[in-house]
Design a protein around this ligand. Structure first.
Ligand SMILES: [Zn+2]
Length: 384
């Protein structure tokens, strides 16, 4: 297996407690994995050498929440919202119509473009949800397309009730738990539900998630985004990997998260794009909750593929330190996906690395909106 030494690393942010940050460091990549880290002066020889000239290296970002399989454009809705129209879950139907009408090639081309943007922002692992098909056929093809891009695929047939079932939402829940799940499960690792007024109530959400876990899928929940609600408690009750959004949480919700293995995944792009109040990350971190940051890339409420932008918001608006935000965007995302092979820089981990055109990761928030990602390695291959 060929080896590459990345040397001249001004600061290596390992995101591991054992190593912490290393200065004047080197990393040796062997095949797809990290084989050695330490002081550049003592680095062993390798087949190839890349001098990073004092730049900072961080783990590739792990984006644990994204909705990339869709068609259509909702910029007019964004413009209206910025003029004062409130956001509601119902806008999802606009994208459902466009997605159903789009050919597979059109949907896949959009995913190709968005994942390229993600990589340019330093994201090396991303989750992709279905949820804009809402028929057996369209959820299936959404997941088949998603599976071409990532192993972290999520069945979100329970995004909203399909328009055909408006008069009988219980029948849609039965479809999601029945034929739709059976058809989609082979292409999904996870199942997710939008537990929210206007989407699915707690009983429907529980039934759908438990049907998914019986089919071998891991659970994730869109919880407490638009108002207080039962989603966070449900996520903790069923042992979901992640409760996502957590924008409106009670002290009891915070306690439940702290006492569980469920990660609180915060999605500040959504609050930004809907002009809503941000989640209180400080409260969650101080209570001992594991926090992840993700883009929530979707055409309705958070059309960004930039993890640095999310880090900027987390630091400026949500009470996170730059170091906490970096951890949430790397190790936190990996924990939210229950992955032990990504999210930090240590021997044996996947060689997923982002190089910053900056001396420290603080610059991700300190220089908002500036593209600082100068190189990216994914599974040991330079991809940017
Ligand atoms: Zn979402």
């Amino acid at each position: 297996m060929s080896t590459v030494v990345l040397t001249g690393i001004g600061l290596l942010a390992t995101q591991t407690l054992e190593c912490g940050d290393l200065t004047d460091a080197a990393v040796i990549v062997e095949g797809s994995r990290i084989a050695w880290i330490g002081p550049a002066a003592t680095a062993p020889d390798a087949d190839e050498k890349v001098d990073l000239e004092g730049r900072c290296v961080i783990p590739g970002f792990v984006d644990s929440h994204a909705h990339l399989v869709f068609a259509g454009d909702r910029s007019a809705e964004f413009a209206a919202r910025m003029s004062g129209v409130p956001y509601s879950a119902g806008g999802i139907q606009t994208t459902v119509s466009a997605t159903r009408a789009a050919a597979d090639e059109v949907l896949a081309a959009r995913v190709t473009a968005l994942t390229a943007e993600m990589q340019a922002s330093g994201i090396t692992t991303y989750e992709i949800k279905s949820g804009y098909g809402l028929t057996v056929r369209d959820e299936l093809r959404s997941l088949q397309i998603a599976a071409q891009f990532t192993t972290e695929t999520t069945f979100l047939g329970a995004h909203v009730v399909a328009p055909e079932f408006e008069a009988d939402p219980a029948a849609y829940v039965d479809l999601v738990c029945g034929d739709m799940l059976t058809t989609c499960a082979p292409y999904a690792r996870w199942i997710d539900v939008f537990c929210e007024q206007g989407a699915f109530d707690v009983d429907a959400a529980r039934a759908i998630l438990l049907a998914g876990t019986r089919a071998g899928l891991g659970a994730r929940v869109h919880a407490n985004q638009l108002r207080p609600g039962p989603g966070v408690q449900l996520a903790c009750e069923i042992g979901a990997a992640s409760a996502d959004h957590c924008t409106h949480v009670s002290p009891a919700d915070v306690d439940a998260l702290a006492a569980s293995d469920t990660v609180a995944t915060l999605l500040p792009g959504a609050e930004f794009s809907t002009r809503a109040d941000y989640p209180d990350a400080r409260q969650l971190l101080d209570a001992g909750v594991t926090v992840a940051l993700a883009t929530d890339c979707n055409p309705g409420s958070s059309y960004t593929t930039s993890m640095p932008f999310c880090i900027t918001l987390a630091v400026r608006e949500m009470g996170m330190t730059p170091a906490e935000a970096l951890t949430a965007a790397t190790l936190g995302g990996a924990t939210a996906l229950q992955r032990k092979d990504i999210g930090c820089i240590a021997v044996g981990m996947r060689a997923d690395l982002a190089v910053l055109d900056a001396p420290s990761p603080v610059h991700l928030a300190y220089r908002p909106g500036v593209g600082l990602i100068s190189a990216v390695w994914k599974d040991g291959q330079r991809v940017r």
